[in-house]
Design a protein around this ligand. Structure first.
Ligand SMILES: CC(=O)SCCNC(=O)CCNC(=O)[C@H](O)C(C)(C)COP(=O)(O)OP(=O)(O)OC[C@H]1O[C@@H](n2cnc3c(N)ncnc32)[C@H](O)[C@@H]1OP(=O)(O)O
Length: 442
């Protein structure tokens, strides 16, 4: 493991305290943390295959590139020299309220079933946090395979998403301009279509959490469509929505799963990935997807709770399933606070706990600066001995970081304590009008 917290963070990030040192638990006797050179790719993949019970054939493996860069791939070696566990991360920029921050996107976490529950994950998390800090990444984020795993490591559930299951023909409220847009359907082709898809997707990154796919391998993964993954559906299709001048304003990658019942055709439209740059394009896109011949049901991917679809549906009742979306872990607190904008004026002393990064624990003053023309402010976090008005764990601070959680709600749930006026001001400052979401699972 490299030295924890030795280096500072990105140029331009201002901090008044050294980066914190991670509490790193010992691995079981004989186990050791190792980097993963390209020669060990097959072993690395094998561990994740065993941990996730992934179907695997040589043909499938050949189609699935390793998405984690080797310099960010880590493993734990068992005493016999085989790999017992792996993890890795992506170098993302995480959109946050009014800006973005360098973020280590934790992924590929897997401990072989014959080595589990002896503290290897706990050790890998310490490695990940230390390496992230060392690279100057003030924040880490992840998708949790199971929601019960990561809270203990200071990750907070920062966003939810809604997956909609809609009947064909579900009515939408009107949006002016929708009818003037044109729709084009084709079989998805990564070489031809990736650039237009990513351009529309990236144009929507003014939403906190909306991670863009910044490497070629991640952009290609969105289009991956091996036959064993299709589960009875057609090949991946792409629908684009274009303005009269030809500019693509929205897209969806989807596939229909054919089904016939006694009453007739009843295929399901499974939407994998989509983005829309404006309301008219979103309306046109959904109007198309909701009215495909021979289909009965449309299933969306996880959408932001305030996605335009939720507002446009005439009858949304009982049709959405909620799930946790991004989990966020703050590592370098002053840098994380400085990286986002704040919606109101606050000057509050926080008393923080952080079991894995005890250097983060203690009293901090969160204070905002002057408002700009939009009423938005910068903020800074500085050490203080003053009496705290709010006591909380880094998990709740991470959960609220993207502007989609309420400190007062956490207090009502007994997850933190604070004076009600301080909580109110903190909430006004931290909340953001656009709900956070990450649109794809990495
Ligand atoms: C970001 C991602 O990549 S998410 C992917 C996570 N990976 C998977 O789900 C694949 C299948 N599962 C596994 O590989 C492993 O069982 C892991 C990674 C979940 C856990 O690894 P282990 O080495 O067994 O965990 P470890 O022994 O370090 O446990 C650490 C703590 O987490 C808890 N824990 C571990 N797994 C789970 C779980 N699935 N649910 C709830 N708690 C868990 C342990 O009880 C322990 O708690 P404690 O420290 O409070 O006593």
């Amino acid at each position: 493991m490299p030295p924890a917290g030795a280096a500072g963070h990105d140029a331009g990030m201002v901090t008044t305290t050294p980066a914190p040192v991670v509490v790193a638990p010992a691995l079981p006797d004989g186990y050791r943390t190792v980097t993963v050179p390209p020669e060990r790719e097959a072993e690395y993949r094998e561990v994740d295959g065993l941990a996730f019970a992934m179907p695997s054939t040589p043909e499938l493996e050949a189609q699935l590139p390793l998405t984690v860069p080797f310099e960010r791939a880590m493993a734990v070696e068992a005493p016999d020299g085989t790999l017992a566990a792996v993890h890795g991360s992506y170098a993302f920029r995480l959109p946050v309220p009014g800006g973005s921050v360098a973020c280590a996107g934790l992924t590929w976490v897997g401990v072989r079933p014959d080595h589990r529950r002896r503290g290897i994950l706990r050790s890998m998390i310490a490695t990940h946090l230390a390496r992230s800090l060392d690279r100057g990444e003030p924040v880490s984020a992840l998708w949790a395979a199971e929601p019960a795993i990561y809270g203990r490591f200071g990750y907070g559930s920062a966003a939810d998403s809604a997956t909609w299951t809609l009947p064909r023909g579900a009515a939408l409220r009107d949006v002016p301009g929708s009818a003037a847009l044109t729709v084009q359907l084709r079989t998805a082709d990564v070489e031809r279509d990736s650039a237009v898809v990513e351009a529309v997707h990236a144009a929507c990154a003014d939403r906190p959490g909306w991670m863009t796919r910044e490497t070629d391998v991640l952009r290609r993964r969105v289009f991956l469509d091996p036959v064993p993954w299709r589960d009875g559906a057609e090949p991946l299709r792409l629908v684009t929505v274009a303005a009269p001048d030809g500019e693509v304003r929205a897209y969806a990658l989807f596939a229909r799963a054919e089904k016939w019942e006694a009453t007739g055709a009843a295929a399901t439209v499974r939407v994998r990935d989509l983005a829309a740059r404006d309301a008219a394009a979103a309306h046109r896109l959904w109007s198309f997807l909701l009215d495909l011949d021979l289909t009965a049901t449309v299933r969306t991917p996880g959408l932001a709770l305030d996605d335009p679809l939720a507002a446009l549906l005439v009858d949304p009742r009982g049709r959405a399933t909620l799930a946790d979306n991004l989990w966020v872990r703050l590592l370098d607190l002053p840098a994380a606070v400085a990286a986002r904008r704040w919606s109101g004026d606050v000057d509050v002393v926080l008393e923080l706990t952080d079991a894995l990064l005890p250097g983060n624990a203690g009293r901090w003053r969160l204070v905002t600066g002057a408002a700009d023309a939009d009423g938005l402010r910068d903020a800074r976090l500085e050490r203080t001995d003053d009496r705290p008005a709010v006591r909380l764990d880094v998990r709740e601070l991470g959960a609220a970081y993207l502007g989609g959680r309420s400190f007062e709600a956490f207090a009502r749930a007994g997850l933190l304590t604070g004076e009600s006026s301080a909580l109110r001001r903190l909430d006004v400052a931290a909340r953001w009008p656009v709900a956070p979401v990450c649109s794809w699972v990495w």
